[in-house]
Every structure is written in C-alpha cells, then in structure tokens.
Design a protein around this ligand. Structure first.
Ligand code: ADP
Ligand code: ADP
Length: 233
C-alpha cells in the first residue's frame, strides 16, 4: 500500500456565496522512500493539497488513504480523523508559526514526536537531543530554550523540520521548505530530506521553485488551478 494516497480528491471553499474549487479530482500515491515534488503557481492549491495529504483537513469529495486505510471516517454527522499511529505523517508549513506551538520552547517542539512514541526522557535529555537535531538542521547557534517568536521564519521552519525528522515518520509533507533560506542552508535541507527518504520516509514537497524540486524529487508534478498535470516536458 502507498504511504500516502489521494483518490479523486476535491476541496471546495465557500467564501461569500460561490463555492471555489481549490483542488480538483486529484489522484496521487506516494510510496515509502519516494520523494514527490509538486510545483505550480501561487494560488494553485498546493498548500490545500498538502493539508489533505497530512490529514489535517478532510476533502469534500474523494478519499485520503494512509497505509491502505481511510484517514477519515463518518461518525454521526461528522468526520473523525484516523492515522495509523501518532506522528505517522509530519507536516512542515511555511508560514509563522510554521507548524510550531508558539508557547513551547524549541526543545519541547523538537522532541515531542519522540515522546508520543513511547520513550520517557528527562527534560535534560530532551534538551540535549534537541540540541543535536538543531545542529543537524543548521541551527547549532539556536538555544533550545528559545521560543518561536525569538526566531526568524527560516529558523522556525528548520525547527519544524527537525521536529518532523526526529521520530523517523512514515511520511513528511513540506510547504516551501527552502524558501526562506540561503543557498547553503537550502542544500542542507535537501540533503536531510534525501537521507530521510533513504531511511524509508515518503516525502511530498510543494514549491513554486521548479529548479529546487528537480534537484530534490524523484518525481515532479505540477498543480495548476487545482488540477494535477503531467510533469513538465
Ligand atoms: P498555493 O499553496 O498553491 O498558493 P492554496 O492552497 O494556498 O494555494 O490556495 C488555493 C486557493 O484556495 C486560493 O485561491 C486560496 O485563496 C484559496 N484558499 C485556501 N485556503 C482557503 C481557506 N481556508 N478558505 C478559503 N479559501 C482558501
Ligand atoms: P494530535 O495531532 O495527535 O491530535 P494535538 O493537535 O491535540 O495532537 O496536539 C497535542 C499537543 O501538541 C498540543 O499541546 C499542541 O499544542 C501540540 N502541538 C500540536 N501540533 C504541534 C506542532 N506542529 N508543533 C508543536 N506542538 C504541536
């Protein structure tokens, strides 16, 4: 089974009166260890697609499948989210607070996914572990006790990436993971994502930066007006 799968997924937003179709009948399957890049212009629906892949937001039509199971179940009048295990899919978003809890010090955000999987670690161990991971994402100079508001957008994004990588999740979805970074830092992030994929993590990266996607991904597709098109020829 694919790690992440969208089947004929559509998303509508109702702002004002007219429903606006942000994502249209998208099919996508991502296997373990695979890196899929999704390009496309601003407003194409990339972030919306990513939120559905991470089962943060349900589709209006179609289905999201994680490890061969439906991610959303009808319960009474509503939908219930169901992931195969805690931290199965980790999301790294672009905007501040960049998928970080604003009231948590950095060390806590970075190590929390690991705690959810079982290990009981002292605060001291968590700070040290966080320090290691911060160094890996190029933030050796950041104090693990810092709060997100004390960091730049690019730093927050790298903290979120460390958080995503730490528990070796089945999947990582990332929104413009290199956009706020200089070339050297961007290359470091690409290397870390490739390492995670080699360890079996399925990865989806959305970006308007086609060149970065060509370097990073095994397979690059494009989203235009909510529709997934074939790779650029
Ligand atoms: P991209 O990430 O490619 O820039 P988005 O997924 O952010 O695209 O947005 C796609 C379209 O859906 C845009 O027109 C945007 O304004 C609209 N949209 C996104 N999120 C919402 C929302 N929560 N409510 C209403 N419209 C939204
Ligand atoms: P779940 O996704 O398993 O339902 P919740 O969303 O209820 O978990 O979050 C559990 C705790 O983790 C909350 O205290 C919340 O503030 C924190 N949290 C959630 N998402 C993040 C994140 N991306 N970064 C840091 N902390 C988070």
């Amino acid at each position: 089974d694919p790690v992440l799968e969208l089947r004929q997924v559509s998303k509508l937003y109702r702002t004002g009166g007219h429903p606006f179709v942000a994502v249209r009948q998208v099919d996508l399957a991502v296997a373990a260890g695979e890196i899929v890049g999704i390009g496309g212009p601003s407003g194409a629906g990339k972030s919306t697609l990513l939120r559905m892949l991470a089962a943060i937001e349900p589709p209006d039509r179609g289905e999201v499948w994680l490890a061969g199971e439906a991610a959303w179940r009808r319960v009474g009048g509503g939908l219930r989210r169901r992931v195969p295990r805690p931290g199965y899919v980790m999301a790294v978003f672009q905007d501040p607070p960049g998928s970080l809890d604003p009231y948590w010090p950095v060390w806590r955000s970075v190590t929390e996914p690991l705690i959810a999987l079982g290990p009981r670690l002292s605060r001291h161990d968590r700070r040290n572990l966080a320090r290691d991971w911060l160094a890996r994402v190029g933030l050796a100079q950041v104090d693990p006790r810092a709060m997100p508001a004390q960091l730049s957008v690019g730093q927050c994004q790298r903290v979120a990436l460390a958080r995503a990588l730490i528990a070796q999740p089945a999947a990582i979805v990332a929104d413009e993971p290199t956009s706020a970074l200089d070339v050297t830092s961007g290359a470091g992030i690409i290397r870390l994502l490739r390492e995670a994929a080699m360890g079996g993590t399925a990865i989806v990266v959305v970006s308007h930066d086609q060149r970065m996607l060509d370097v990073l991904a095994d397979r690059v597709t494009r989203l235009v007006d909510g529709r997934l098109t074939d790779p650029r020829s």
